[in-house]
Each structure stands twice: as structure tokens, then as C-alpha cells.
Design a protein around this ligand. Structure first.
Ligand SMILES: Cc1cc2nc3c(=O)[nH]c(=O)nc-3n(C[C@H](O)[C@H](O)[C@H](O)COP(=O)(O)OP(=O)(O)OC[C@H]3O[C@@H](n4cnc5c(N)ncnc54)[C@H](O)[C@@H]3O)c2cc1C
Length: 164
């Protein structure tokens, strides 16, 4: 599945989680996002715009959007996998957050990074924890009842977090 599909999925997931939260109380729900790739970053911003405020995005690398950021030999196209459907060659995305157009992976990711820094810097600063790897997670009885175990990259801390 391509970048655009994952971004659309993340956007729909954020709306779905808001709809699922009792009394639309998404602001009080603790939500963990594992991975600061295109999906995680889109989900973080989409959840924030839906009103979620107890968010944490954990990224095992020292920066978000690292994967593919040096791939100047790869072409990214939003709907390449829908060809030959009509409209499948449209090079532009149509999303509430992080729109892009077909280009090399390096340029697309570079532009999204610059856009994130310019327009979502506060969200990233407040909610993203880098150098933290999720080692294990387990589901409780409810769909949103998940326990996560983390490891910081220097190996000094193992912590456990419950989403609620
Ligand atoms: C070889 C290849 C070629 C592709 N070519 C295209 C293409 O041309 N066009 C296109 O649209 N799509 C392409 N894709 C698909 C595209 O790469 C994915 O859709 C996109 O990367 C998905 O983004 P993501 O954020 O879900 O995952 P990723 O980009 O993989 O990001 C996941 C992030 O999570 C972090 N992470 C992973 N595990 C943990 C953990 N346990 N704890 C904390 N952090 C963690 C990683 O460090 C990473 O930053 C390709 C995929 C592959 C493998």
C-alpha cells in the first residue's frame, strides 16, 4: 500500500476514533501512535485536529520521516497502483493535512518535513518522542485497551504505558 492510501487510512481512523469515543470525548483519551513515518505523522495531526490532546507518538529513530528521505532514485506517485483506472494519473493528493504531488521520494518527504516544521512544529514538539522503540503491545478486552512496553535507544529505561 502506498503513501497516499496510508495517509487516507490514518485520516479516516482519526475520524473513526473520535466517533467511537463516548460523548465525543476524544480529548480525554490517551492515544499512543507507534512510528513516525507518513502514516503516524498524518494520524498524529489528524487526531489533534479532531480534538485529541493526550497523544504520544513514539519513533525508534532519531528523527521522523527518515525512511525514504534519501531515496532520490524512487518516484512516488499518489495513485500509481490504481492505473489504468480513470483519474489514476492525477499527480496531486487531496487530504486535510500533508498534501504532496508526484516527485522523487526524497523531494516529497523533504517537502512534507518542511511543511511539518513550518505548520505543525508545536504538535511535533509536544507529542513526538524520538529514540523510543515499542517492544511489545498487548490488547485488553476492549478495542482501545492496549498496553505498550517501550525501550529508549540507550537501553536505560523500560517503561509501560496504558492507553485508556
Ligand atoms: C521497496 C518499497 C517501495 C515502495 N515504493 C512506493 C512507491 O513508489 N510509492 C508509494 O506510494 N509507496 C511505496 N511504498 C510504500 C510506502 O513505503 C509505504 O506506504 C509507507 O512508507 C508507509 O508509511 P508508514 O508510516 O506506514 O511506514 P514507514 O514509512 O515504514 O514508517 C514506519 C516508522 O515507524 C518506525 N518504527 C517501526 N517500528 C517501530 C517501533 N517498534 N517502535 C517505534 N517506532 C517504530 C520506523 O522507524 C519508521 O519511522 C514502498 C514500500 C517499499 C517497501
Amino acid at each position: 500500500m502506498g503513501f497516499y492510501f496510508q495517509q487516507r487510512r490514518a485520516t479516516l481512523l482519526a475520524a473513526g476514533l473520535k466517533g467511537r469515543a463516548e460523548d465525543n470525548s476524544i480529548s480525554s483519551k490517551r492515544i499512543c501512535i507507534i512510528g513516525g513515518g507518513m502514516t503516524g505523522l498524518t494520524l498524529l495531526v489528524a487526531l489533534h485536529s479532531e480534538g485529541a490532546r493526550r497523544l504520544t507518538l513514539y519513533e525508534s529513530e532519531d528523527e521522523i520521516l527518515k525512511l525514504g528521505s534519501k531515496a532520490n532514485h524512487r518516484l512516488l506517485h499518489p495513485t500509481y497502483n490504481r492505473w489504468p483506472m480513470l483519474g489514476s494519473m492525477d499527480p496531486f493528493t487531496s487530504l486535510p493535512h500533508f498534501n504532496w504531488h508526484s516527485d522523487s521520494a526524497e523531494d516529497v518527504i523533504g517537502e512534507i518535513r518542511a511543511h511539518a516544521q513550518a505548520d505543525y512544529n508545536d504538535i511535533i514538539r509536544n507529542y513526538v518522542k524520538k529514540n523510543v522503540t515499542c517492544k511489545k503491545l498487548s490488547r485488553g478486552g476492549e478495542i482501545l485497551d492496549v498496553t505498550y512496553w517501550f525501550k529508549v535507544s540507550n537501553g536505560l529505561l523500560n517503561s509501560k504505558v496504558n492507553s485508556t
